[in-house]
Design a protein around this ligand. Structure first.
Ligand code: ZN
Length: 467
């Protein structure tokens, strides 16, 4: 592919699906708000990071160069309670704040690796960018957008007229609904901290023109995104819960400091819901990706599950959904394994592969339509239009986006199957796809005679082997 393929994305700021027009054509710059590293990232957090990973993979598949930055918030930000979660965790666990941050950063990245998420190009740590945050705060003070009181610096929201545009909040409504604030020295309840004076005995603090203190949370992301991606970059992602106030405040800071729009497209991923009490139960009330094998699931089945819902839709994490994801994943792996080991000479641009590939590309280019792309992968796995090596080649090509390690043998399905059974299963899947139930039933009998029992599920055939 010489020229990168066009892609359309939903922009939370314009509330439209717009064509992506990178600041530098062919090169897309992305910033994702990363983890605050004082506890384990749970599978809901991982769903959000998976959405960033899919965005990156889709753009790369379409031929764009991607520069991907994902920060690490390793300095705790004040909560409404006035507590800093990293310092609290350090106290509870008897470790230093740095030890806490390093431990949970490693755990987070290990969980991401289990889901086949390559590391970002840059993983900047907040604690290594305090100077940039101070400089940005100084700029905002110079421009009359911030004020200092007793060593605290606040953003003056009333000086930024478009405040609330991203989240659709109106300042007068926000003011009316505001709860009691721990920061009593602010001029307006909606003003937010850029810099806080360190309380006596605080472990994490840095010198600044306003005395020893620490940065606000929002200023971290303004400073680090512009440091690595410049004053105009393409895409900023995060969970839907970050839209307000975090991203609203980031816009006020970055645009306030530069005097122009900084981020072209804001994208937000929806929640994972844990309605299934059995699945939600875990030690410490947090389900990690690395807990999934104990529940009988492979981590990549969770990645598969995430592909079944659009990133802007809520997704239910249930035992049934994970079972369905597991069998869907096995079906694709089986189709890849059946294609043999060569097939490198398959020309994906030739018919009939081109049509399947065009539908896959259309799906992913339309605001990351992964559910449709996954359906196309299943169509490839089950069609008789393609030879087994052709199916394999196409599925491995799609896997550059899906990230499901489809070349991994589907252990139960492949290694234990008697000789010839895999080919019969493929023929049977094709017969079912063509609604040829007579052939399908005949093949079921043949398989049963070999000791392979077949059950049909919405995600495909599930086999049980009788020795
Ligand atoms: Zn952020």
């Amino acid at each position: 592919m010489s020229k990168p393929g066009p892609v359309r994305l939903y922009n939370s700021l314009t509330r439209r699906i717009d064509p992506l027009e990178p600041v530098t054509p062919g090169r897309v710059t992305i910033y994702t708000c990363g983890s605050t590293v004082y506890r384990y990232a749970h599978i809901g957090n991982l769903r959000t990071y998976l959405f960033g990973d899919l965005l990156r993979r889709v753009l790369e598949y379409l031929g764009h160069e991607v520069v991907y930055v994902k920060n690490i918030t390793d300095v705790g930000h004040m909560r409404e309670t006035g507590e800093d979660p990293i310092l609290t965790a350090a106290e509870v666990e008897g470790k230093s704040p740095r030890e806490i941050a390093e431990y949970y950063t490693a755990a987070w990245l290990a969980d991401e690796a289990l889901l086949n998420m390559p590391r970002a190009d840059v993983l900047p740590k907040a604690t290594e960018h305090i100077g940039e945050m101070i400089a940005l705060t100084e700029t905002l003070l110079e421009r009359g957008l911030a004020y200092e009181v007793n060593g605290n610096v606040y953003y003056d929201v009333s000086e930024f007229p478009s405040y609330g545009r991203l989240s659709g909040q109106r300042l007068d409504h926000l003011r009316a609904g505001h709860r009691v604030d721990v920061e009593a020295d602010k001029r307006d309840p909606e003003d937010f901290a850029l810099w806080k004076l360190a309380e006596p005995g605080r472990l994490m603090k840095w010198p600044s023109p306003w005395g020893d203190g620490f940065p606000g949370w929002h200023i971290e992301c303004s400073a680090m995104s512009m440091q690595y991606l410049g004053e105009r970059f393409d895409i900023h992602t995060g969970g839907i819960d970050l839209k307000f106030p975090h991203h609203e405040d980031e816009i006020a800071q970055s645009e306030g400091a530069t005097g122009h729009p900084v981020v072209s497209t804001w994208m937000h991923g929806e929640f994972l819901t844990l309605a299934d009490a059995k699945m939600a139960k875990s030690a410490g009330n947090v389900i990690r990706v690395s807990d999934l094998p104990d529940k009988g699931f492979e981590p990549l089945a969770f990645r598969y599950l995430a592909l079944t819902a659009h990133y802007r839709s809520k997704l239910d994490f249930t035992e049934d959904a994970m079972h369905a994801a597991t069998s869907g994943l096995r079906r694709l792996r089986r189709a890849v394994a059946e294609g043999g080991t060569d097939g490198a000479d398959v020309d994906l641009a030739a018919d009939p592969m081109a049509g399947h590939r065009a539908r896959f590309v259309e799906a992913i280019s339309d605001d990351l339509g992964l559910p449709a792309a996954l359906a196309e992968a299943h169509a490839v796995a089950g069609t008789e239009d393609l030879t087994l090596p052709q199916r394999r080649a196409l599925l491995l090509d799609f896997d550059r986006v899906l990230g499901l390690s489809l070349e991994t043998p589907a252990e139960e399905a492949i290694s234990e199957l008697p000789d010839g059974a895999a080919a019969l299963l493929a023929r049977r899947a094709a017969a079912r796809a063509a609604r040829d139930f007579a052939t399908s039933d005949a093949l079921r009998e043949e398989l049963a005679a070999m000791g392979v029992e077949v059950r049909d599920t919405p995600e495909g055939q599930v086999t049980t082997i009788r020795r």
